[in-house]
Design a protein around this ligand. Structure first.
Ligand code: UFG
Length: 332
Protein backbone atom coordinates (compact mmCIF):
# COMPACT_ATOMS: atom_id res chain seq x y z
CA UNK A 1 0.00 0.00 0.00
CA UNK A 2 0.95 3.66 -0.34
CA UNK A 3 0.61 4.96 3.20
CA UNK A 4 0.60 8.56 4.40
CA UNK A 5 1.93 8.87 7.95
CA UNK A 6 1.45 12.22 9.71
CA UNK A 7 3.82 12.87 12.57
CA UNK A 8 6.26 10.33 11.13
CA UNK A 9 9.20 12.22 12.64
CA UNK A 10 7.84 11.75 16.15
CA UNK A 11 8.52 8.99 18.64
CA UNK A 12 5.76 6.55 17.72
CA UNK A 13 5.39 7.75 14.13
CA UNK A 14 9.06 7.10 13.35
CA UNK A 15 8.83 3.53 14.65
CA UNK A 16 5.65 3.02 12.57
CA UNK A 17 7.35 4.35 9.42
CA UNK A 18 10.25 1.96 9.85
CA UNK A 19 7.92 -0.98 10.45
CA UNK A 20 5.71 -0.19 7.45
CA UNK A 21 8.74 0.08 5.18
CA UNK A 22 10.02 -3.27 6.44
CA UNK A 23 6.64 -4.72 5.52
CA UNK A 24 7.08 -3.52 1.94
CA UNK A 25 4.79 -0.48 1.96
CA UNK A 26 5.61 2.84 0.35
CA UNK A 27 5.52 5.55 3.02
CA UNK A 28 5.10 9.30 2.74
CA UNK A 29 5.54 11.37 5.90
CA UNK A 30 3.98 14.77 6.59
CA UNK A 31 5.48 16.38 9.69
CA UNK A 32 5.99 20.04 10.57
CA UNK A 33 9.02 19.14 12.74
CA UNK A 34 7.60 21.20 15.62
CA UNK A 35 8.49 18.36 17.95
CA UNK A 36 9.69 15.62 15.61
CA UNK A 37 13.18 14.95 14.26
CA UNK A 38 14.13 14.71 10.60
CA UNK A 39 16.80 12.14 11.54
CA UNK A 40 14.15 9.83 13.00
CA UNK A 41 12.48 9.28 9.63
CA UNK A 42 13.64 6.16 7.81
CA UNK A 43 15.60 7.23 4.71
CA UNK A 44 13.37 5.08 2.48
CA UNK A 45 10.33 7.23 3.32
CA UNK A 46 9.43 10.32 1.31
CA UNK A 47 9.34 13.34 3.64
CA UNK A 48 7.19 16.44 3.19
CA UNK A 49 7.54 19.19 5.78
CA UNK A 50 4.25 20.91 6.53
CA UNK A 51 1.01 21.04 8.47
CA UNK A 52 -1.87 18.59 8.21
CA UNK A 53 -4.26 21.55 8.14
CA UNK A 54 -2.67 22.82 4.89
CA UNK A 55 -5.28 21.74 2.35
CA UNK A 56 -3.16 22.30 -0.76
CA UNK A 57 -0.21 20.42 0.69
CA UNK A 58 -2.29 17.46 1.86
CA UNK A 59 -4.14 17.19 -1.46
CA UNK A 60 -0.92 17.36 -3.43
CA UNK A 61 0.61 14.58 -1.31
CA UNK A 62 -2.48 12.38 -1.64
CA UNK A 63 -2.67 12.80 -5.42
CA UNK A 64 1.05 12.66 -6.25
CA UNK A 65 1.59 9.49 -4.22
CA UNK A 66 -1.72 7.69 -4.95
CA UNK A 67 -2.22 7.27 -1.21
CA UNK A 68 -4.33 4.23 -0.18
CA UNK A 69 -4.25 4.57 3.60
CA UNK A 70 -3.49 7.12 6.30
CA UNK A 71 -2.07 6.87 9.82
CA UNK A 72 -2.51 10.07 11.79
CA UNK A 73 0.03 10.44 14.62
CA UNK A 74 0.66 14.20 14.47
CA UNK A 75 -0.52 15.70 17.77
CA UNK A 76 0.53 17.39 20.97
CA UNK A 77 0.82 14.84 23.75
CA UNK A 78 1.54 16.43 27.13
CA UNK A 79 -1.26 15.99 29.64
CA UNK A 80 -0.03 18.70 32.04
CA UNK A 81 0.65 21.19 29.24
CA UNK A 82 -2.86 20.64 27.90
CA UNK A 83 -4.28 21.75 31.24
CA UNK A 84 -2.30 25.01 31.02
CA UNK A 85 -2.72 25.60 27.29
CA UNK A 86 -6.06 24.16 26.21
CA UNK A 87 -6.22 26.17 22.98
CA UNK A 88 -2.99 24.61 21.75
CA UNK A 89 -4.53 21.16 22.17
CA UNK A 90 -7.97 21.87 20.73
CA UNK A 91 -6.45 23.76 17.78
CA UNK A 92 -3.91 21.11 16.79
CA UNK A 93 -5.32 17.83 18.05
CA UNK A 94 -8.94 18.56 17.18
CA UNK A 95 -9.36 21.42 14.73
CA UNK A 96 -6.39 20.60 12.49
CA UNK A 97 -7.21 16.89 12.64
CA UNK A 98 -10.80 17.60 11.64
CA UNK A 99 -9.71 19.56 8.56
CA UNK A 100 -7.23 16.82 7.71
CA UNK A 101 -9.89 14.11 7.93
CA UNK A 102 -12.12 16.15 5.61
CA UNK A 103 -9.30 16.41 3.04
CA UNK A 104 -8.58 12.69 3.09
CA UNK A 105 -12.29 11.89 2.82
CA UNK A 106 -12.65 14.30 -0.11
CA UNK A 107 -9.85 12.34 -1.78
CA UNK A 108 -11.68 9.06 -1.07
CA UNK A 109 -9.42 7.47 1.54
CA UNK A 110 -11.13 4.47 3.12
CA UNK A 111 -8.42 3.25 5.51
CA UNK A 112 -7.60 5.52 8.41
CA UNK A 113 -5.76 4.72 11.64
CA UNK A 114 -6.06 7.29 14.41
CA UNK A 115 -3.80 7.60 17.45
CA UNK A 116 -6.07 8.02 20.42
CA UNK A 117 -5.26 7.64 24.08
CA UNK A 118 -6.18 6.06 27.38
CA UNK A 119 -6.61 9.63 28.57
CA UNK A 120 -10.12 9.54 27.05
CA UNK A 121 -11.24 7.31 29.95
CA UNK A 122 -10.38 9.63 32.84
CA UNK A 123 -10.48 7.92 36.21
CA UNK A 124 -11.73 4.42 35.41
CA UNK A 125 -14.76 2.96 37.15
CA UNK A 126 -13.59 -0.57 36.25
CA UNK A 127 -10.07 -1.92 35.75
CA UNK A 128 -8.76 -3.34 33.45
CA UNK A 129 -10.40 -0.82 31.16
CA UNK A 130 -12.38 -2.18 28.24
CA UNK A 131 -13.13 -0.21 25.08
CA UNK A 132 -16.80 0.00 26.13
CA UNK A 133 -15.86 1.82 29.35
CA UNK A 134 -17.35 5.29 29.62
CA UNK A 135 -15.17 8.12 28.36
CA UNK A 136 -14.72 10.98 30.82
CA UNK A 137 -11.38 12.66 30.10
CA UNK A 138 -9.75 14.67 32.90
CA UNK A 139 -7.78 17.03 30.70
CA UNK A 140 -7.93 18.91 27.36
CA UNK A 141 -5.50 16.41 25.81
CA UNK A 142 -7.92 13.54 26.41
CA UNK A 143 -10.91 15.67 25.44
CA UNK A 144 -9.33 16.75 22.15
CA UNK A 145 -8.71 13.11 21.25
CA UNK A 146 -12.23 12.10 22.25
CA UNK A 147 -13.67 14.80 20.01
CA UNK A 148 -11.74 13.45 17.02
CA UNK A 149 -12.91 9.91 17.82
CA UNK A 150 -16.51 11.14 17.63
CA UNK A 151 -15.92 13.02 14.38
CA UNK A 152 -14.36 9.90 12.80
CA UNK A 153 -17.53 7.90 13.45
CA UNK A 154 -19.53 10.60 11.67
CA UNK A 155 -17.14 10.67 8.69
CA UNK A 156 -17.44 6.88 8.47
CA UNK A 157 -21.19 7.23 8.01
CA UNK A 158 -21.06 10.24 5.70
CA UNK A 159 -17.98 9.50 3.61
CA UNK A 160 -17.53 5.72 3.86
CA UNK A 161 -14.30 6.21 5.83
CA UNK A 162 -13.02 2.93 7.26
CA UNK A 163 -11.10 3.39 10.49
CA UNK A 164 -9.28 1.99 13.47
CA UNK A 165 -9.16 4.15 16.59
CA UNK A 166 -6.25 2.96 18.74
CA UNK A 167 -6.22 4.05 22.36
CA UNK A 168 -2.63 3.95 23.59
CA UNK A 169 -1.78 3.35 27.20
CA UNK A 170 1.81 4.23 28.21
CA UNK A 171 4.00 3.72 25.20
CA UNK A 172 7.66 3.20 26.05
CA UNK A 173 10.85 1.49 24.90
CA UNK A 174 12.71 1.93 21.64
CA UNK A 175 13.65 -0.04 18.56
CA UNK A 176 15.79 -2.94 19.86
CA UNK A 177 18.77 -1.77 17.75
CA UNK A 178 18.76 1.53 19.68
CA UNK A 179 18.83 3.66 16.52
CA UNK A 180 15.48 5.38 17.06
CA UNK A 181 13.77 6.13 20.34
CA UNK A 182 12.01 8.65 22.53
CA UNK A 183 13.38 12.21 22.33
CA UNK A 184 10.84 14.74 23.52
CA UNK A 185 11.97 18.27 24.31
CA UNK A 186 11.33 18.84 27.14
CA UNK A 187 10.88 15.23 28.22
CA UNK A 188 7.93 14.67 30.53
CA UNK A 189 7.42 10.90 30.35
CA UNK A 190 8.38 8.72 33.23
CA UNK A 191 10.72 6.09 31.78
CA UNK A 192 12.94 8.46 29.76
CA UNK A 193 13.09 10.82 32.73
CA UNK A 194 14.12 8.05 35.09
CA UNK A 195 16.79 7.00 32.58
CA UNK A 196 18.02 10.59 32.34
CA UNK A 197 18.45 10.51 36.12
CA UNK A 198 20.28 7.20 35.80
CA UNK A 199 22.70 8.83 33.35
CA UNK A 200 23.45 11.82 35.55
CA UNK A 201 23.49 11.92 39.32
CA UNK A 202 22.66 15.65 39.05
CA UNK A 203 19.24 14.97 37.51
CA UNK A 204 16.77 14.40 40.33
CA UNK A 205 13.55 12.62 39.39
CA UNK A 206 10.36 14.27 40.67
CA UNK A 207 7.69 11.82 41.82
CA UNK A 208 4.36 13.51 41.16
CA UNK A 209 2.05 12.38 43.93
CA UNK A 210 2.54 9.78 46.64
CA UNK A 211 -0.99 9.91 48.06
CA UNK A 212 -2.93 8.21 45.26
CA UNK A 213 -5.32 5.37 46.14
CA UNK A 214 -2.87 2.73 44.84
CA UNK A 215 -0.83 0.03 46.62
CA UNK A 216 2.17 2.34 47.18
CA UNK A 217 0.56 5.76 46.75
CA UNK A 218 2.05 6.48 43.30
CA UNK A 219 0.24 6.36 39.96
CA UNK A 220 -0.15 3.02 38.22
CA UNK A 221 0.26 2.81 34.45
CA UNK A 222 0.24 0.13 31.77
CA UNK A 223 3.46 0.22 29.71
CA UNK A 224 3.42 -1.09 26.14
CA UNK A 225 6.51 -1.48 23.94
CA UNK A 226 6.54 0.92 20.99
CA UNK A 227 7.41 -1.93 18.59
CA UNK A 228 4.38 -3.94 19.74
CA UNK A 229 2.27 -0.84 19.38
CA UNK A 230 3.30 -0.26 15.77
CA UNK A 231 2.72 -3.91 14.90
CA UNK A 232 -0.83 -3.45 16.17
CA UNK A 233 -1.19 -0.52 13.77
CA UNK A 234 -0.35 -2.72 10.79
CA UNK A 235 -2.79 -5.41 11.89
CA UNK A 236 -5.53 -2.84 12.42
CA UNK A 237 -4.84 -1.17 9.08
CA UNK A 238 -5.09 -4.42 7.15
CA UNK A 239 -8.39 -5.32 8.82
CA UNK A 240 -10.15 -2.03 8.02
CA UNK A 241 -13.28 -2.22 5.86
CA UNK A 242 -14.78 0.82 4.10
CA UNK A 243 -17.37 2.67 6.15
CA UNK A 244 -16.71 0.51 9.20
CA UNK A 245 -14.49 0.98 12.18
CA UNK A 246 -13.10 -0.54 15.34
CA UNK A 247 -11.79 0.93 18.58
CA UNK A 248 -8.94 -0.92 20.27
CA UNK A 249 -7.02 -0.43 23.49
CA UNK A 250 -3.28 -0.96 23.23
CA UNK A 251 -1.69 -1.90 26.52
CA UNK A 252 -0.07 -4.88 28.16
CA UNK A 253 -2.70 -5.50 30.86
CA UNK A 254 -0.10 -5.08 33.62
CA UNK A 255 0.02 -2.10 35.92
CA UNK A 256 3.27 -0.69 37.34
CA UNK A 257 3.47 2.11 39.87
CA UNK A 258 5.91 4.99 39.50
CA UNK A 259 8.00 3.50 42.33
CA UNK A 260 8.05 0.08 40.64
CA UNK A 261 9.21 1.64 37.37
CA UNK A 262 12.02 3.43 39.21
CA UNK A 263 13.10 0.15 40.84
CA UNK A 264 13.03 -1.67 37.48
CA UNK A 265 15.14 1.12 35.93
CA UNK A 266 17.64 0.87 38.78
CA UNK A 267 17.96 -2.85 38.13
CA UNK A 268 18.46 -2.44 34.37
CA UNK A 269 20.92 0.45 34.60
CA UNK A 270 22.71 -0.44 37.82
CA UNK A 271 22.51 3.24 38.75
CA UNK A 272 21.01 4.66 41.88
CA UNK A 273 18.36 7.21 41.03
CA UNK A 274 17.79 10.27 43.21
CA UNK A 275 14.13 11.12 43.65
CA UNK A 276 12.16 13.91 45.24
CA UNK A 277 8.50 13.83 46.24
CA UNK A 278 6.26 16.43 44.60
CA UNK A 279 2.52 17.14 44.77
CA UNK A 280 0.22 15.49 42.22
CA UNK A 281 0.53 16.62 38.59
CA UNK A 282 -2.62 18.23 37.19
CA UNK A 283 -4.77 15.95 35.02
CA UNK A 284 -3.26 12.61 36.15
CA UNK A 285 -5.53 9.60 36.76
CA UNK A 286 -4.56 7.30 39.64
CA UNK A 287 -4.60 4.02 37.72
CA UNK A 288 -4.79 3.29 33.99
CA UNK A 289 -4.55 -0.36 32.99
CA UNK A 290 -5.93 -1.69 29.71
CA UNK A 291 -7.85 -4.72 28.77
CA UNK A 292 -6.41 -5.49 25.34
CA UNK A 293 -8.49 -8.63 24.95
CA UNK A 294 -10.42 -7.20 22.01
CA UNK A 295 -7.44 -6.67 19.70
CA UNK A 296 -5.92 -9.97 20.81
CA UNK A 297 -9.13 -11.80 19.91
CA UNK A 298 -10.05 -9.87 16.75
CA UNK A 299 -6.62 -9.45 15.17
CA UNK A 300 -4.39 -11.95 16.97
CA UNK A 301 -2.16 -9.19 18.38
CA UNK A 302 0.28 -10.53 20.93
CA UNK A 303 2.95 -8.27 22.40
CA UNK A 304 6.43 -9.57 21.63
CA UNK A 305 7.92 -7.56 24.54
CA UNK A 306 5.34 -7.69 27.35
CA UNK A 307 7.93 -7.45 30.11
CA UNK A 308 8.56 -3.96 31.48
CA UNK A 309 12.23 -4.88 32.01
CA UNK A 310 12.70 -5.48 28.27
CA UNK A 311 10.92 -2.20 27.53
CA UNK A 312 13.34 -0.39 29.84
CA UNK A 313 16.38 -2.28 28.44
CA UNK A 314 15.56 -1.14 24.90
CA UNK A 315 14.93 2.43 26.05
CA UNK A 316 18.24 2.33 27.93
CA UNK A 317 20.09 1.17 24.82
CA UNK A 318 18.65 4.13 22.86
CA UNK A 319 19.57 6.62 25.62
CA UNK A 320 23.09 5.29 25.91
CA UNK A 321 23.62 5.45 22.15
CA UNK A 322 22.04 8.92 21.95
CA UNK A 323 22.63 10.68 25.29
CA UNK A 324 21.52 13.99 23.77
CA UNK A 325 18.66 12.61 21.69
CA UNK A 326 18.84 13.24 17.94
CA UNK A 327 20.09 16.81 18.11
CA UNK A 328 23.73 16.17 18.90
CA UNK A 329 24.08 12.59 17.74
CA UNK A 330 26.78 13.48 15.23
CA UNK A 331 28.90 15.10 17.92
CA UNK A 332 29.32 12.00 20.08
N1 UFG B 1 5.71 10.90 36.52
C1 UFG B 1 6.48 11.24 37.61
N2 UFG B 1 7.63 11.94 37.39
C2 UFG B 1 8.03 12.30 36.16
C3 UFG B 1 7.24 11.95 35.04
C4 UFG B 1 6.08 11.26 35.27
O1 UFG B 1 6.15 10.93 38.75
O2 UFG B 1 9.08 12.93 36.04
C5 UFG B 1 4.48 10.14 36.76
C6 UFG B 1 3.24 10.86 36.27
O3 UFG B 1 2.74 11.74 37.22
C7 UFG B 1 2.34 9.67 35.99
C8 UFG B 1 3.28 8.56 35.55
O4 UFG B 1 4.57 8.96 36.00
O5 UFG B 1 1.73 9.28 37.17
C9 UFG B 1 3.35 8.40 34.05
O6 UFG B 1 3.53 9.66 33.47
P1 UFG B 1 3.90 9.88 31.95
O7 UFG B 1 4.08 11.35 31.74
O8 UFG B 1 5.02 8.99 31.56
O9 UFG B 1 2.63 9.36 31.18
P2 UFG B 1 1.09 9.74 31.33
O10 UFG B 1 0.44 8.60 32.04
O11 UFG B 1 0.87 11.10 31.90
O12 UFG B 1 0.64 9.89 29.83
C10 UFG B 1 0.87 8.87 28.89
C11 UFG B 1 0.83 9.49 27.53
C12 UFG B 1 -0.51 10.04 27.25
C13 UFG B 1 -1.57 9.03 27.52
C14 UFG B 1 -1.43 8.42 28.88
C15 UFG B 1 -2.41 7.33 29.05
O13 UFG B 1 1.81 10.50 27.40
O14 UFG B 1 -0.56 10.45 25.92
O15 UFG B 1 -0.12 7.93 29.01
O16 UFG B 1 -1.99 6.41 29.98
F1 UFG B 1 -2.78 9.61 27.45
Amino acid sequence: MNILVTGGAGYIGSHAVRHLIQQGHKVVVIDNLSTGHREAIAPEACFVQGNVSDENLVKEVLINNSIDAVMHFAAHIEVAESVEKPYKYYANNFSAALSFIKYICDFGIQRFVFSSTAAVYGNPVETPIKETHQRAPLNPYGKSKMMVEDAIHDFARAANLGFAVLRYFNVAGAHPDGDIGEAHQPESHLIPRVLQSAMSSQVVLPIYGTDYPTHDGTCVRDYVHVQDLVRAHSLALEAIKPGQGQVYNLGSENGFSVLEVIQACQKVTGASISVEKYPRRAGDAATLVASSEKIRNDLGWKPQYPDVTTIIEHAWKWHQKHPHGYALQNEQ
